[in-house]
Design a protein around this ligand. Structure first.
Ligand SMILES: NC(=O)c1ccc[n+]([C@@H]2O[C@H](COP(=O)([O-])OP(=O)(O)OC[C@H]3O[C@@H](n4cnc5c(N)ncnc54)[C@H](OP(=O)(O)O)[C@@H]3O)[C@@H](O)[C@H]2O)c1
Length: 287
């Protein structure tokens, strides 16, 4: 059986891939996180690839603390950029298909229509800069790489905006959420499904792709929808970004044009509201 390496197994995407991978019994999945394979260690990465010779490597590992990345620059660069270079070099050497995940934060957010894959990048924070470097390293070291940019990821696993809102809505009478940052949520289970579909295709097409759920909303809209599905009487107030200063600046707009991924890989993409309902059902069922 062919091996598929999945890094970052303890993260949101890594966990969702594990849930869905049983539907692909013709592959042997190797799940790693920092304890099994620290991707910043070039020698360990090289040794792992030489031993297991994965046919595909899905990189779900990353440094994702956007605000902390402003001060923990060295670590963020090491995990998000240098480690991707390690993986890309190993993939090239072992003719492994590299599937790497990047972010909407490579854009500056000044666009007024959905971003296409070849639109100019211009990250406004350090995390976005490290992820842009990751894309450049992946393409330079392993030109057959597939890079999937995604946005506003949430899951029943790990910490994310949806789970933070649910907690705050039980603790507080009101929450204030920015209404002038617009983008698209991505349910990590949907992203995992899309990645597995691509990873197990015979014919793969290199390049950068955009993936999120369908529909564009503000964080305030998202919080309001979360509130509607919870029994909480908490009031959700819209505020401007200027009233909620954070160490890292965020793009004001990060909607994706997703035609390329849909057409290339024959993917259908769910609306964000449908996926949020699926998330709640799973959360309730505790699965
Ligand atoms: N979350 C979002 O909103 C969002 C938005 C856009 C794009 N993305 C991208 O989507 C991908 C998946 O994100 P996610 O939310 O699933 O991330 P996540 O939940 O933060 O998971 C990342 C995993 O990588 C692990 N990791 C960190 N350093 C490592 C190392 N040196 N070696 C091996 N593993 C290491 C982390 O371990 P520790 O937890 O112990 O550090 C964690 O288990 C990432 O590429 C991210 O940049 C995410």
């Amino acid at each position: 059986m062919q091996n598929i390496l999945v890094t970052g197994k303890n993260g949101q995407l890594g966990n969702e891939i594990q849930v869905l991978a049983s539907a692909y019994p013709h592959y042997n999945f190797l799940y790693t996180d920092i304890a099994e394979l620290d991707i910043t260690n070039k020698q360990l990465v090289s040794d792992f690839f030489n031993e297991h010779k994965p046919v595909t490597c899905i990189n779900a590992a990353a440094y994702t603390a956007v605000d902390k990345a402003e001060t923990e620059r060295e670590l963020a660069f090491k995990v998000n950029a240098e480690a991707v270079k390690n993986l890309a070099q190993a993939c090239k050497k072992c003719t492994t298909q590299f599937i790497h995940v990047s972010t909407d934060y490579v854009f500056n957010g000044l666009a007024t229509s959905p971003y296409k894959e070849d639109d100019p990048t211009d990250p406004v924070n350090y995390y976005g800069y490290t992820k842009l470097k990751s894309e450049e390293f992946a393409i330079a070291e392993c030109p057959s790489s597939i890079i999937i940019r995604t946005s506003w990821v949430y899951s029943t696993f790990g910490n994310n905006f949806v789970k933070t809102m649910l907690r705050l809505m039980t603790e507080r009478k009101s929450v204030s959420v920015v209404n002038d940052q617009v983008g698209s949520p991505t349910y990590a289970a949907d992203l995992a499904q899309a990645i597995l579909q691509i990873a197990t295709l015979k014919q793969k097409t290199e390049g950068i792709y955009h993936y999120s759920n369908n529909g564009e909303i503000s964080w305030f809209d998202f919080a309001t929808a979360i509130k509607e599905t919870s029994p909480s009487s908490c009031v959700v107030n819209p505020i401007p970004t200027s009233a909620y200063p954070t160490p890292a600046k965020r793009p004001a707009y990060s909607g994706f044009n997703k035609e390329k991924i849909q057409e290339t890989f024959q993917l259908s993409i769910a609306d964000w509201k449908v996926s949020l309902q699926n998330f709640f059902e799973r959360l309730k069922a505790n699965v």
